[in-house]
Design a protein around this ligand. Structure first.
Ligand code: BG6
Length: 538
């Protein structure tokens, strides 16, 4: 169905000859068009410095859609219609002439359509171009109507707290906050959006969603992919900046936040900021106890040889950049005091698995001798979309014997339609002026504040504690050891064995802490007390 509220749009992509434009942005815009979500009047101005013919550029994009779109090969008729609106503009981002050409092209579109609609400027560029492009947009009055003109900025938003603050100040002098959409594509993922619905539309979980009943939370984004051709960017970034500072902390916020006043951008972002502010900061010493970093060595993933990180293109031979991070955070507020949030992400792991696992405390009073497994709520974000509650039940038969079972909600089977890609959802949000799933500038700064002690400690001691893991494995032992005494190993959703119902999925449980008769945590476990003190404020 056509969304009548989307105004005519002039969409500009800076960095249009890049990977993001070809793999994500154009396929997303094509699918929005095919599903009739784009306005009737739209034009896509694709700006980059490489010289290429219009036709050749469109063909190059079509190959990208065929290869990467969730809907498979593009419908040739629809593509022919859609691609008429794609205009390649060759231009250097640092040259004034580029913006004169762009302005003329946008004006021509608006004059022809007799409408001054939305202007969206997507910065799919290296960080060094953000300021010059922002400046040029401002000087050319290309993005000057705060209700209609929007900028979309891709991460990284700075490389540390200072650079992020500087960038935010720079942007805020030129544009209103509401014009700037800081994109974190994890927030556009279907299951990530569903976590909000799950938490705040189902009151049954709310009374349990705290330190009285939750033992610990694991947020794990395991990637099968390696650094590949992105070594140039990645080697100065690493997993901490590339994934933890943004995607994983955003997931943590959604799990830990309080119910916002309403489902509205500012209210939601306010609640997320409160979570980030309450994350307990590390001292240098605590960094080395609570954060594991590691780098992959050569190995095999799905039978394919993978080089060591240090042998990847554009990576320094003696690089200490981490490709895996596992960290234990605490949130110092009433709801979460004492509950560890374990975050892990890594590349070149055996398979893709992005999962959030909430482990509940064990029963305070046991009447079955084989009641040994804690309840777990498992939220699988990708590749499978699934929410499962793991519990113990009676095995059918003559005797009272417990077995682990699972209550499951799976997208596959429940919904027939193919799901929109994160970029589709987010680009449509920008066109509709809905910033709910985007990060606010202060949120970005608070997320940097959380990781700054880690960045600084690693900078001071670049080799200290750096571990290595073979490509195609789940990472170093130290990453598992971090979970003690709460679990033995990271929970990984096993979609190959149809969910996590297998007893093996429970095997990694460690004696979880209990609640006493009043529902207050006993904290009888000495190791947990120690963990609690380990990271507490001095
Ligand atoms: C990006 C990171 O933001 O997210 C990449 O820069 C990472 O390194 C990617 O691979 C993961 O996204 P997804 O959607 O594939 O989980």
């Amino acid at each position: 169905m056509k969304q009548e509220k989307v105004l005519p749009a002039a969409i500009t992509i800076f960095g249009a000859k890049g990977d993001l434009a070809r793999r994500k942005l154009i396929p997303a815009l094509y699918n929005l068009y095919a599903d009739e979500h784009l306005p009737d009047q739209f034009s896509i101005f694709c700006v980059d410095f490489l010289t290429i013919e219009q036709g050749a550029y469109r063909d190059w994009l079509l190959e990208g859609v065929d290869q990467f779109s969730r809907t498979g090969k593009a419908d040739r008729q629809k593509w022919a219609q859609f691609s008429k609106s794609i205009i390649y503009i060759q231009g250097d981002f640092m040259q004034a002439a580029t913006y004169t050409t762009l302005k003329t092209a946008i004006k021509k579109f608006e004059d022809t359509e007799k409408v001054r609609g939305i202007r969206m400027f997507y910065f799919a560029v290296a960080p060094r171009f953000i300021e010059p492009i922002a400046d040029a947009l401002c000087n050319n009055k290309l993005c000057n109507r705060d209700t209609l003109d929007r900028i979309v900025v891709e991460k990284p938003f700075g490389t540390d707290l200072d650079s992020a603050k500087k960038l935010n100040r720079y942007m805020s002098k030129r544009f209103k906050e509401k014009q700037i959409y800081h994109i974190d594509h994890y927030l556009g993922k279907e299951m990530v959006q569903n976590i909000m619905a799950f938490r705040f539309a189902n009151y049954v979980f709310e009374p349990l969603w705290n330190n009285k009943y939750i033992d610990h939370v694991q947020i794990s984004v395991a990637e099968e992919v390696s650094v590949g051709k992105r070594g140039g960017y990645y080697d100065s970034s690493g997993a901490l900046r590339d994934m933890i500072q943004n995607h994983l902390l955003q997931l943590l916020c959604i799990i830990a936040m309080n119910c916002p006043k309403q489902y509205e951008a500012e209210a939601i972002r306010d609640e997320k900021v409160k979570v980030l502010k309450n994350i307990r900061p590390f001292t240098t010493e605590q960094v080395f106890k609570n954060v594991v970093r590691a780098q992959y060595t050569a190995g095999r993933v799905h039978g394919e040889d993978r080089p060591a990180y240090r042998d990847e293109e554009q990576v320094a031979k003696d690089s200490n950049t981490e490709t895996l991070v596992a960290a234990k955070f605490f949130i110092d507020n009433d709801r979460w005091k004492g509950v560890p949030f374990f975050l892990r992400t890594g590349k070149d792991m055996p398979r893709q698995s992005s999962v959030i696992m909430i482990q509940f405390k064990d029963s305070p009073h046991k009447i079955f001798k084989d009641d040994v497994l804690p309840n777990r709520l498992m939220i699988s974000i990708q590749p499978e979309l699934e929410i499962g509650l793991l519990f113990e039940g009676k095995e059918p038969g003559l005797h009272m014997k417990l077995v682990p079972v699972e209550m499951d909600f799976m997208y596959k089977g429940n919904y027939m339609q193919s799901l929109p890609e994160a970029y589709e959802a987010l680009l449509l949000d920008v066109l509709e002026g809905d910033a709910t799933q985007f990060m606010r500038a202060d949120q970005i700064e608070w997320a940097w504040k959380v990781v700054m002690p880690i960045i600084e400690a690693w900078k001071k001691s670049p080799k200290k504690g750096l571990q290595f893991y073979e490509a195609g494995t789940w990472g170093p032992k130290a990453a598992d050891a971090l979970l003690k005494p709460h679990a033995k190993a990271w929970y990984t959703f096993d979609h190959e064995s149809e969910g996590a119902t297998t007893p093996a999925a429970f095997d990694d449980s460690h004696a979880p802490s209990r609640v006493d008769g009043n529902g207050t945590p006993e904290m009888s476990n000495p190791a947990e007390k120690e963990a609690e003190q380990e990271t507490s404020h001095a």
